[in-house]
Design a protein around this ligand. Sequence first.
Ligand code: G6P
Length: 614
Amino acid sequence: MCGIVAYYGPDDAYDFLIKGLHRLEYRGYDSAGIALLNGELRVYKNKGKVSELEEIASKGNTEGTRGIGHTRWATHGEPNTINAHPHLSPDGDLALIHNGIIENHDTLKKALIERGNTFKSDTDTEVLIHLIDAIQQAEGVDLFEAVRLALNEVVGAYAIVILSKRDPNTLIAARKGSPLVVGISDKEGEYFLASDATPIVEYTRKVTYLEDGEIVSIHDGQMTIKTIENVSKTPFIVNLEISLEALEKGGYEHFMLKEIFEQPKAIHDSMRGRFNSETLHFAMASLNEFQDKIRNLDRIVIVGCGTSWHAGLVGEYLIEEFARLPVEVEYASEFRYRNPIITEDDMVIAISQSGETADTLAALELAKSKGATIYGVCNVVGSSIPRMTHAGAYTHAGPEIGVASTKAFTTQVAVLTLIALGIAGIRGKMKRDKLRQMFAELDTIPQKVEQLLKNCADQVEQIAAEYKDSKNFLYLGRGYNFPVALEGALKLKEISYIHAEGYPAAEMKHGPIALIDEEMPVVVIATKRNYYEKVLSNIQEVKARKGKIIAVVTEGDEKVKEIADHVIEIPDTEDSLTPLLATIPLQLLSYHIAVMRGCNVDQPRNLAKSVTVE
Ligand code: G6P
């Protein structure tokens, strides 16, 4: 939430800042702003999107070889122009952008007001820049030291970048809890900073990810990193592997649609090289290296938020079925505050597309402090979760830009399937024949997803046209298809703003059935191998009350066709692999409904892709 970018170098900063903000807009789009330093410190900011900021700024002077930019997801203060970043010191000499929350801002603000400061905005960020300024004035120190001293007084999370008119050859940035990447150009004295690497990759592939509690100072073209305790650090430079094409829409109308259609490749990439279906060799080093630990595990706890939590539910079913090890799935936000019972014999698996979700990070920190083995299933390479876990597996889905998760979900499920099979193998719970059958079937999944996308795309669009004006939707599924129902409902809510609920099919009669009438579309996942007869009865119950049935069935199904209003066929697969296929038409359904309702599919209202505040 909130995206930040900054430039320091020989060229004008403006183009990099604007392009970078567009790339980071998935992190928040309530307001946007930039500050440019060129003798003068000029600020342009505006409520609304980056394109609106661009319109305003491009009419003014955009020169300046130092610059900072921000796209906001509002936490403190309503999303208006005054609360938009950058925020300034009282004399307007210092400008600050911030991603995170300063928790003790009230106390700090009171002290500053007593000192005579007055504030323009309602933000915690303005308090921080006033504090930095007050310290610099009172102590007569340089900007780095003023920032360092201020951060020692701050409680909360931040990624910040500061520019100073008093010291135009210096740019200071710091992080704690919110991500920050520094790109180092081949051009001497040129640096790019951003919340993630996507704005940077076009300019340089050499980056360093700041660690929590580190402050970077770029002064006279030289970069140094110190901790907030003033200890020098050597930057660890890595090479980015993101391709530029992956960050563009590539001819699709929306990123979400592109990402839905990328799933055959994404799922393939998530499994590539991790097993061999002929030799039955299992090659996930992150598990193989922890064999002793895994053999002695008491249980696994999976934590995540949103879509990742849904993938976690599929993971629970998979691990319990194959490895016969108890699994609990928790919302990270609940887990972290309820003093959970965690021991050294537990493994805590965090699932997160971004690898930055604040609640998931905090849940992992807690589990780590209690001695558990912590394992990450993340998509964004180099993000915070993979850097703090003992082991983990990337999902290799490639950049996901649409705010609603699609390929991130299916690749998480694919990786969790491998984890379940791997753990089962290590714990001696996997028969070779079954493993052979699973590997062989997994090999076919990318191609089945491809075929499914081809076969169902037009039909789902037609169904969407029929139900786009519905006020409510119900999604039902049993077993492995229950998390699919939850995910289908979440997708619809997120991007079309239609109220939708996912339920275990059998639970319908304990409440939701009261809602069913001829106005209520019910999406039922009724595939052949997943409690088929029982789901069929649930469909009858809906039809008896005149509900409309949109059923996802296995190819060739005859029975559901007779009673459902619409059937969408998916290829047959193992019971446990059904979520990898059944999710696809539900993603398309929500996508088309949202488009037909004129919603902003890639940037739905009030949401942000990466939630780095709790
Ligand atoms: C936000 C996003 C969701 C996502 C959730 C967890 O709410 O809008 O799409 O599922 O965060 O994000 P993570 O990056 O941890 O998977």
